[in-house]
Design a protein around this ligand. Structure first.
Ligand SMILES: *Cc1c(COP(=O)(O)O)cnc(C)c1O
Length: 430
């Protein structure tokens, strides 16, 4: 089967697996095992020396997780993937695979809160500097770049602002300067493929739309195989200089016969080996179940969201609605350039009566869940000013796109009429 020619709906069900060679099972089996029997002393030695690929220990690889990795790589148009325990681990590894103490990377300011803390505090303690820049001006990435800059980082569709990131604009600047762009595509699987627009690496919290059912935390990194690490020499010491933990292997040379996968192999055999944030086989299996219907769900998420936007726009208690479909100017141009087949199911809206109205609205919901999550098959709502962003000052809230009356919705795949009826009755009480 040549995966490249198949459509995403088909890849989500077929890529990376046909049937189990022993039992012939059609559904992907869960290999709930820690370790794997070696065929012989020579076989074991070859596996450890990376002369031959095969299973050694589930912290580093697992056949169930491997199917998920192959499927995600196929869907994104990448060459290989690595699944890890959470989206946070994926973000950590994606940067840590290139940056050492004394290095820096340039990141968009519009980030998930957990990623912000990781970059601003934990990486700082490790001696890695995150340089935050405003993504509305792609040139800001160039200006913040120096010889110690190892990568750029951004989210395709950051919330609550919901301004789509200028992927190609920044990827092009990076390619000129020899710096790869890493994109967190958590909020836009199916509707955006960042690698098609010049990104080098894509990462996900698979916890959200990909697993889709709110059952399993997980993360993934996909290597685009489209960035020439070797050509940049000293820009990438972790890939182009001898690795003391692997008998001095230089990853870009050692891995060359296997294809352009130095980045993702290094992440697996050094970072995952040493830091140990492995995906559990059971969670990988749950995530595969979710992924198989993700394209279908995404379509319904997007379709329902448009109907909710339409309803909110006309409601007298609503001051404004934010969704990529109703943006204007440059923001809308970026949404139309980078989102295809839908504008996602994340919606922000502003209540005319501010903080109390926001709280009352949330407390009056009966169908929508009140949770700090996105991308569940169920519809979700949160009032950022009193929860996720409550530790910020009013100014900080404003710069993050959060006002006192702002509500964020993640629209699910229930019948749109039922979602709208619940929002309508809660607005009556707001
Ligand atoms: C949830 C989320 C993460 C973190 O993922 P976890 O799986 O919760 O660790 C990272 N980025 C974005 C955009 C997210 O929504």
């Amino acid at each position: 089967m040549t995966d490249k020619k198949l459509h995403p709906e088909t890849l989500a069900l077929h890529a990376g697996y046909r049937n189990d060679p022993t039992a012939k099972s059609v559904a992907v089996p869960i290999h709930q095992t820690t370790s794997y029997q070696f065929d012989s002393a020579e076989h074991a030695a070859n596996l450890f020396a990376l002369k031959e690929f095969g299973n050694i220990y589930t912290r580093i690889m697992n056949p169930t997780t491997d199917v998920l990795e192959q499927r995600l790589a196929a869907l994104e148009g990448g060459v290989a993937a690595l699944c890890v325990a959470s989206g946070q681990s994926a973000a950590t590894f994606s940067i840590f695979n290139l940056c050492q103490a004394g290095d820096n990377f340039v990141t968009s300011t519009d980030l998930y809160g957990g990623t912000w803390n990781l970059f601003a505090n934990t990486f700082k303690q490790m001696g890695i500097e995150a340089r935050f820049v405003d993504p509305s001006d792609p040139e800001a990435f160039r200006k913040a770049t120096d010889e110690k800059t190892r990568c750029y980082f951004a989210e395709t569709l950051p919330n609550p602002k919901l301004n789509v990131f200028p992927i190609k604009e920044v990827a092009d600047i990076g390619r000129e300067l020899g710096v790869p762009l890493i994109v967190d595509n958590t909020a836009a699987p199916m509707i955006c493929r960042p690698l098609d627009h010049g990104a080098a690496i894509v990462m996900y919290s698979t916890t959200k739309y990909i697993a889709g059912h709110g059952t399993s935390v997980g993360g993934a990194i996909i290597d685009g195989g489209n960035f020439d690490w070797e050509a940049q020499g000293d820009r990438f010491p972790t890939l182009n200089q001898p690795d003391a933990s692997y008998h001095g292997a230089i990853w870009t040379e050692a891995v060359k016969p296997l294809g352009p996968i130095a980045y993702i192999i290094r992440a697996r055999v050094t970072l995952l080996r040493d830091l140990g944030s492995a995906a559990s086989p059971f969670n990988a299996w749950q995530t595969i179940q979710g992924l198989e219907t993700m394209p279908l769900r995404m379509r319904q998420h997007c379709e329902n969201a448009l109907k909710v936007v339409d309803f909110l726009k006309k409601h007298p208690k609503v001051a404004s609605v934010n969704h990529p479909s109703v943006q204007e100017g440059e923001a809308k141009r970026r949404a139309d350039t980078y989102l295809q087949g839908g504008y996602s199911s994340l919606i922000g809206f502003e209540l005319k009566d501010g903080l109390d109205a926001g709280r009352n609205f949330i407390d009056s919901l009966e169908l929508l869940y009140h949770v700090a999550n996105i991308g569940d098959a169920r519809s979700l709502a949160i009032h950022p000013a009193s929860t996720t962003h409550s530790q910020m000052t009013a100014d900080e809230q404003a710069s993050a796109g959060v006002t006192p009356g702002y509500v964020r919705l993640s629209i699910g795949i229930e019948h749109a009429d039922d979602i709208i009826a619940d929002i309508a009755q809660a607005l009556d009480k707001a």
